[in-house]
Design a binder for this molecule. Structure first.
Ligand code: ADP
Ligand code: MG
Length: 353
């Protein structure tokens, strides 16, 4: 049985507007790190707040560790759900020392136990030497680790984090993704994070839940989500891609597009497909002297680890259409206006709805 389950959860804030969350089903295993990913307004925070008990669903059921915390007839209040929250702005008390901040959520414990547990979690987040400092004396990343320590201190069933990295600049953000994942793993806790950033989601999670307009689009492990997105929205939200219209070949193994015939990663049954497109990741195109496809380079953008090429295919010179986006190694000399040829790796090709 799953550790946390949400069944057919819907939330309407008003009768007039559409639901903020619509028929969400989600099962989470113990110790799993799950991320809700989607654009602003798609219902991520509302979902998190319903799990926490700050918001009542309009319908559906929620179970945490075998206990029904919400259904048609009852709702357990937030403080009885065994939830640890990490807020976007950390919400530390500025007038309290770090250790006092961490002890705050342990009011039912004896003072000796409180101190012992607070020291334990500060050690877990690597801040045992900062116990007597005040929040303002710590860096942003350290404050975030304190917030996480405070959330973990009461040994909650699940830690909930809403956009935990959004206040951090790029370099620190990357480090915190790494640190937070390590801490959650060491604590062996179950966690649900909310973010609109695909990199946050992929770096931290066992599984990612992509949402749009209150509706779950796909639930998958990061690699699966990237390689086999279910629809165009997911394909574009989790990375850059080329979406091409076309038709499945009779052999079920190739797709005919304007740029030519493309080999698929597996055989598809044409009867199960109506309107499908082909998604080709930019790094799935590999420059090669005798590649099967060729076109003119319209633009080269230096991306650091790779260069982004915009290539206008020779057999599709329609200027109203987007050129193909291809990643090439930085050491390769590519000039605007020259012709390049390339192959397409079928592992980075997917059929999408
Ligand atoms: P996200 O966290 O994905 O950005 P939210 O869950 O905050 O999205 O919001 C989902 C939708 O619900 C939005 O359209 C938002 O305007 C609406 N919404 C959220 N909270 C409230 C509220 N308290 N009252 C009315 N509408 C709300
Ligand atoms: Mg939000």
């Amino acid at each position: 049985m799953s550790f946390i389950s949400m069944e057919n959860i819907t939330k309407r804030f008003s009768k007039a507007g559409g639901p903020a969350v619509n028929g969400l089903d989600l099962s989470i295993n113990k110790g799993e790190i799950i991320t809700l990913l989607g654009p602003s307004g798609c219902g991520k925070t509302t979902t998190l707040r319903m799990i926490a008990g700050f918001e009542h669903p309009s319908g559906g059921r929620i179970t945490i560790d075998g206990v029904s915390v919400f259904n048609d007839s009852h709702s357990i209040p937030p403080e009885k759900r065994g939830i640890g929250m990490v807020f976007q702005d950390y919400a530390l008390f500025p007038h309290m020392t770090i250790i006092k901040n961490v002890m705050f959520g342990l009011n039912k414990w004896s003072s000796r136990e409180k101190k012992k547990r607070a020291q334990e979690v500060l050690e877990l987040v690597g801040l045992e030497d900062y116990a007597d400092r005040y929040p303002t004396q710590l860096s942003g990343g350290q404050q975030q680790r304190v917030a996480l320590a405070r959330a973990l201190a009461p040994k909650p069933h699940v830690v909930l984090m809403d956009e935990p990295f959004s206040n951090l600049d790029a370099g620190l953000r990357e480090k915190m993704r790494y640190d937070v994942t390590n801490i959650l793993r060491r604590a062996e806790t179950t966690a649900i994070m909310v973010t609109h950033d695909q990199k946050d989601a992929f770096a931290v999670s066992d599984r990612v839940v992509v949402m749009k307009d209150g509706i779950v689009q796909q639930i998958a492990e990061p690699k699966e989500m990237y390689r086999c997105p279910k629809n165009c929205f997911v394909a574009e939200f989790v990375g850059k891609t080329n979406l091409l219209k076309g038709k499945l070949d009779a052999d079920g193994q190739h797709f005919h597009t304007n740029i030519g015939k493309v080999m698929l990663p597996q055989q598809f049954n044409r009867h199960s497909l109506d309107e499908v497109k082909l998604s080709i990741r930019p790094e799935g195109c590999r420059l090669s002297d005798e590649g099967a496809y060729c076109g003119a380079v319209e633009r080269v953008t230096y991306g650091g680890e790779y260069q982004e090429l915009h290539v206008r295919l020779h057999n599709e010179p329609d200027l109203r259409k987007d050129p193909m986006l291809i990643y090439a190694p930085v050491e390769q000399d590519v000039e605007v206006g020259t012709t390049v040829s390339f192959d397409i790796k079928s592992e980075l090709v997917a059929l999408v709805e």
